[in-house]
Structure formats: structure tokens, C-alpha cells
Design a binder for this molecule. Sequence first.
Ligand code: GCO
Length: 476
Amino acid sequence: MTQGNSDYRDSGLVFPPGFTFGSATASYQVEGAASEDGRLPSIWDTFSKTPGKVWNGDTGDVACDHYHRWESDLDLMKDLGLGAYRFSIAWPRVIPTGTGEINQAGIDFYSRLVDGLLERGIEPVATLYHWDLPQPLEDAGGWPARATADAFERYAEVMGTALGDRVHTWTTLNEPWCSAYLGYGQGGHAPGRHEPDAALAAVHHLNLAHGRALQALRATSTGTPEYSVTLNFHVLRGVGDGAAEAMRRIDALANRAFTGPMLHGEYPADLLEDTASVTDWSFVHDDDLAAIHQPIDVLGVNYYSTATVRLWDGVSPKQMNDGHKGAAGGTAWPGSDQAVEFVEQPGPHTAMGWNIAPEGLEELLMALSAEFPQQPLMVTENGAAFDDVVAADGSVPDPERLDYLRRHFSAAHRAMQRGVDLRGYFVWSLLDNFEWGYGYAKRFGIVRVDFDSLERTIKDSGRWYSELARSGVLPE
Ligand code: GCO
């Protein structure tokens, strides 16, 4: 697949002028201040407070306290020389019940954040939905209910009006795959439901929410923002008899269920067939596909590892995993004797158990650029969790994360040399933060957060990334 240069460690590679080097976070993972200034609970507040759902009973109540420390966090980004910050807006902070009154204090927070970024010369890349659905919307049915897409459209209008004069890039959704399948199918993410038909209805209403939000943002933004969505693509490997069939099915469920309607204007026929025993897709109304199929300026790509699948003969599929996604995770599908199983992958692995496969990033970028030749791409998340150890002098040497990043930047660079129109790259994450079902046990930051003192320390990988961001040249 990748000939020569498969080692991906080449220092000295030069990224083109204007290439965006950023870092990413998400509201529930970093903000804290969960019940301050009018914010009401989201599904993640409820889920994390349900015993047994999150490691150690951790919650996002305090997280990195970014809500109060945003100014020094922005200073840190500036010191690192980052060109862009991908953050998400907490819907329950700005429209606390999801459909009711607008909370000006919530809007003001994001308005100050955006101004603070612009003052420091950092582009604001704002995601509307990174999984913190207002709890009352879940109580009314959540994403499987069409009304949630209606509520999202209004939320987009409110945010477009409030920030659309200054935001550099709008992103509608982050990883709708996780929201739909982990939230409503596999249940490892909030709201923790196990209803395959609801998961597919959620897929559609998330797609609809995306398309409607794009229209609302375009209608209300008075600046010249770019528009995008971020998807977590499954880069698949197959094993055993029927490997190709297993890969086809998961490609349909995990990748084409989103790119189909968003970028081609239709659901793939094989997806509808594969899932016919679960749903008749009657939740797709006449004009929905036209509403979903909106142009975007840039397609956001999240990539961490590959996934290996095989056909599994049994009564029910062996359920994936550990409550998250990635190497050991995926989308097993009930309703058939022949299910798809996700197979453990050869190492090396990160602390998440995800295999390290930079060639998968090159392959993914090449495949997307072949399928959507006119579509500029942006890596909106890539990074790694490792068990960092603080040195005696207080520094945080994290050679494995640094090496992971170097190899993946190198893979992205190679894809660009092969013709991919890649505009930028966001490292996940700026800070160690609340890693969903894993609580604070998994550290993805290029900046360490001490969760007792909340003190921030730039890790070696952060210093390395800073050099890359400042020079545009891959450092040693
Ligand atoms: C996701 C989210 C992030 C995660 C990161 C590591 O992809 O799950 O966008 O919130 O923290 O990916 O798992």
C-alpha cells in the first residue's frame, strides 16, 4: 500500500505556507463549570453521574476548568505558536433546555473566547455539536427523534447570529458516528441506549441536523466563514473468509452512511439493504436528502488508528469493546446470523489499546481525495494517549506521543505530495482532559493537566509541535 518511506519519520519535511497548525478540544471535556451561569445538564452530565458508566465515577463538572482559565489557555496556545483552535460550543450553555430561552451568559462566554483568539492571531474553528445534547432534548426522544434536528437548526441560527461575524470555520457535528452508534446502539456513550433502530434514526437526524445547520449558519453569518463537518472515518482491514464483505458492510455503516447523504446526496443502496431487518428508513422524508446535501468548504477528518473486521457466524455479534471506538471498537450489527466482528489488531498500541498505523492516515486522505476530488480536507483530530510520567525536574518527556505525531504528520505530508489538498492539521488534544468513558485516566494532551491543582505543563510533544507550527518544518 505504501511503498518505500513506510517508516514515516522524516524530519525536515516542509509544509506549504498557509498550512494550518492547530489543536482541538471539546466543551464537555475541558470546560467544567457545569452548572454555572445558567448552563443546564447535557446527556454527558447525566451519563457520567450514572454509576458504572465512566471510569472511576469521573465527570466533567470541573474538567480542566477551561471555562475560568480560558485566557491563560489562549495565552498558552499563542506561546506555542498555534494558528488555530478547534473548540466546541456547549449547546446547554447557550440554549439550556435545547429549545427554550437563550442564555446570554453562555453566548457571552463564547463571544469572549472568539475575541480572545482573534486578539492573539489564532483562528477560531467552532464546532456546534461535540456530543453534549441538552438533557431535555434526550428526554423528548434524543437524536432518534426528528424534533432534535429542528432544535439544532435553531441553535445554529442563534450561534450564526452571535458569532458568524468572527468565526473562521464553522463545523456542524463532530463524529456523528459516535453520537449515533455509541450513544444509541452500543451504549458506551451517552445517553447509553441499546436500540439498533434508534441508532439508524439518529444517523439520519444527525445528517439532517448537519444540512439544516449549514443553511442556518450561511443565512446568519455576516463574516466570511468556511463551513465544515468532522467525521471519524473507519480505515478498514479484513481477515478471514468474507473479509471483503465484512469491510463493505462496515464501510457502509460507518463511513458512507454520512458521506453518502452529505456529499453525494443519497444513502448508499447497500446500507439500506444491509439494515432492512432493523428499519425501513421511513424516517427519511421527501426533501431531507436535498436539505442534507449542502456544499462544504472543507471536510474534517479524525484519524487515530485502523480497524480490522471479519465475518462472524453466530447468533449475535460479539459486541465490540470497551465503550469507545477505534482499534478494538467499531460497529457490530445485530439482526443477522452473520455479523461483523472487530478483531484485535497487532501493535504497537497507544494507552487506548489502539494500534499505531500512520500509513492508514495517508491511505485515508488519498481515498477521500479520490472520491471527492474537489473537496479540500483538514485533519481535525489526530493524537495519542500514553501514560505520561512527570520527571523529577517537573518536565513531561513523552517520546511515544512525539513519535506518534511525527509519523502521522509525515504520513499527511506524503499524501500531500501525492496530490491531496490538505489544508491543515489539529492535534488532539491541547490539554489532557475528560476522555469520555475513560474519565481522566487517558491523557491525550500535548499539555499536561494536573487534575488536583489544574496546573498546566507543556509536554515535550508540545514543544516539538510548537517548533513545527512556528517553522512549518517537521523537526527532529
Ligand atoms: C472523539 C472525540 C474526542 C476524543 C478523541 C480521543 O473522537 O472521540 O472527538 O472527543 O476525546 O477522539 O478519543
